[in-house]
Ligand binder design. Sequence first.
Ligand code: PGA
Length: 253
Amino acid sequence: MSIIVANWKMNLNLLSGEDLARKISMFVEKEKSKDTIVICPSFSMLDRVGSAINGSFIKLGAQDCSHYRDGAYTGDVSAAMLKDTGCEYVIIGHSERRSNHNETPSLIRRKVASAHLFDLKTIICIGETEEERINGMTLEVLKEQLLKSIPENSIFGENILIAYEPLWSIGTGIIPSVNDINEIAEYCSGILATRFLFENKIKILYGGSVDSANCTKILNSDYVDGILVGSASLDYKKFSEIIMASNKLCKQS
Ligand code: PGA
């Protein structure tokens, strides 16, 4: 069983989001998918998308949350508010937030801690830039992001998922080789196992230009537990093909 996360980013609106969510939930039911499917729309659509998937096995997630609990923080949305809207998951530290909003690993760590206080599962994104990859710094960069983004006292591994998303792959149609994805996922699992006393193995997802043509080989990888899908999750046909391909793998294993 895999985890398939749809990151809608800042796309769609109430009507189109609700419509897409409803179609996906009907498809998941028809397909009898065993995977965990999470839809992460923007804040404004959480309530409507939550209603559209209500009664299905699809989970609701957000794309960010505040590191504060509550108070005078104009424009922020707290983890408690996400929980209140029905979210079970939240993406934290996506590279677009790290670069567009100067989110640092220590801020990300505080957001993760805040989300855990309200029992949200955090999908923590890590990834190297093209330049870092060319300079052979990938593992070093990932290690630093991993160690700095996870609260030190974390013991409940089931609330943490790591999404490896190389920045040069997001939205470009280029993906690393499956060998590279495997090697990196294994490396991250090793670091997490040595550094934290998690009871469960942390799940590792891959994100960056995932589509129906490449998802099978990524999900087939021994160290990858799921995928984080951006643009292909906005298109019913493309996303349902991904769900179908993953479900086929489930049935084979
Ligand atoms: P993409 O985005 O699938 O469009 O590359 C993935 C992401 O940024 O989470």
